[in-house]
Design a protein around this ligand. Structure first.
Ligand SMILES: Cc1cc2nc3c(=O)[nH]c(=O)nc-3n(C[C@H](O)[C@H](O)[C@H](O)COP(=O)(O)OP(=O)(O)OC[C@H]3O[C@@H](n4cnc5c(N)ncnc54)[C@H](O)[C@@H]3O)c2cc1C
Length: 381
């Protein structure tokens, strides 16, 4: 590790590693990524790996569509396996309000060029024969949605960034950020070292408040536990990742046959608690059986939990700080930072290195919370 770098990126999840890679690819020299634990040890390594373009807000749809384009050729680009699989996403509406909302959503998504279809219960059964159609009103299906392995994707970016000269300090924590006249000057590490830099990228997501407080700032990004589990492997039951908003569950089948499933409890208080709970096990089993009765007897192998990083509109904050020059961030991804990660990182790298991203990041600027102009992304699960 040197005494100074062109940029220090804090966080070794999908956002930190991918931003480092795209910055280096654009020719930026001297990048240090600092990760207090190991690569993928935060939310990224705990996520379900789902990649969906069926969102409610126009910007999210565009960001996810941009990411899918990247995912489609990422193995070749990084020279690393990603287990990317386009099995689609099937979203189920068992309530009138969801069915009405689905119609509106599909129109917007189709107008942006997404291949997404509104299905009736009969058509839904053609996509997933074992789905419970009792009370089902409608569904939406996008065949180019899918999933990938979050560890492999992040390690792919990590290795590729290293090949481009990016340095990584693992098991190393940023404990302070130095500024002078509202400009970034350096970071302090728990090793006692101080690193000179004029650019800091906060890619810590759920730890955003800790990082922001180091420079006297505060952002409305709060950590919230989300639990998740995987069953024993079973024969192939379905292809797409399935979401039921009424039951509040998402689940997908791994290539190895296990069903990965989770839900977020909206009443869960904000905290960094990532302990697993027994009520989750009971509830998730009941939810899965309600949507896919055939899976009633499947045994759960393992459960774990991780952090969503919640903002008031469930949308991330991406861009440069208006108060401290040289401070950038991409944080507050709610439950969709993995899927929008590649495009987000590419745009953030363009902003930092070229001064202008190829797609505006303005709608996700921190300023929206000050002006009060927020529109909540409703399709979060
Ligand atoms: C149960 C669950 C399921 C999910 N499912 C999906 C899904 O299907 N699809 C999807 O797109 N998203 C999903 N998500 C959300 C997704 O995991 C996150 O949005 C995404 O991983 C965020 O990536 P990141 O790189 O911003 O943050 P992280 O992966 O959390 O990385 C931040 C890193 O910063 C490090 N760090 C923090 N403070 C410091 C410091 N002071 N010094 C050094 N390092 C520090 C942490 O150790 C951590 O490794 C899910 C999340 C959970 C919890």
């Amino acid at each position: 590790m040197k005494e100074g770098y062109g940029a220090v990126i804090i966080g070794g999840g999908i956002i930190g590693t991918a931003t480092a890679y795209y910055m280096a690819k654009l020719g930026f020299k001297d990048i240090l990524v600092v990760e207090k634990n190991y690569i993928s040890s935060g939310s990224t390594g705990r996520c379900a790996g789902g990649i969906r373009q069926q969102w409610d807000s126009e910007y999210n749809i565009k960001l996810a569509m941009g990411s899918v384009k990247i995912f489609e050729q990422l193995e070749d680009e990084l020279g690393f396996p990603t287990e990317y699989y386009q099995g689609g996403y099937l979203l189920l509406a068992y309530r009138e309000q969801d069915a009405e909302w689905f119609k509106r959503r599909v129109k917007l998504q189709q107008s942006l060029g997404l291949d997404v279809r509104l299905l009736d219960p009969y058509e839904t059964k053609q996509v997933v024969p074992y789905i419970n159609t009792d009370g089902l009103l409608a569904a939406t299906y996008c065949p180019t949605d899918g999933h990938a392995n979050p560890f492999l994707v992040t390690f792919g970016y990590y290795k590729a960034a290293q090949r481009l000269g990016v340095e990584f300090a693992l098991k190393t924590e940023v404990v302070g950020i130095q500024t002078k006249e509202s400009r970034i000057k350096g970071v302090k590490l728990n090793t006692g070292d101080t690193i000179d830099t004029e650019i800091v990228v906060n890619a810590t997501n759920a730890w955003t408040k800790d990082i922001a407080s180091m420079i006297g700032l505060d952002f409305p990004v709060n950590p919230q536990r989300h639990e998740i589990a995987v069953t024993e492997p079973i024969g192939k039951l379905f292809d797409p990742l399935i979401i039921s908003f009424k039951h509040g569950i998402y689940f997908r089948q791994e290539m190895s046959g296990g069903i990965v499933m989770g839900y977020g409890d909206p009443e869960e208080p904000y905290s960094k608690n990532i302990k697993s709970s027994f009520p989750f096990l009971r509830n998730i089993a009941a939810k899965l059986a309600a949507v896919m009765p055939l899976a009633d007897d499947v045994r759960i192998l393992r459960q774990w939990a991780g952090l969503y990083a919640m903002t008031p509109d469930a949308q991330p904050i991406i861009g440069g700080s208006s108060e401290v020059e040289g401070f950038y961030q991409a944080v507050g991804f709610s439950g969709h930072g993995f899927m929008v990660g590649p495009k987000t990182a590419q745009l953030l790298a363009e902003l930092i290195v070229l001064g202008k991203p190829s797609m505006t990041l303005e709608p996700l600027s921190e300023k929206r919370f000050k002006s009060g102009e927020i529109k909540v992304e409703k399709a979060v699960i």
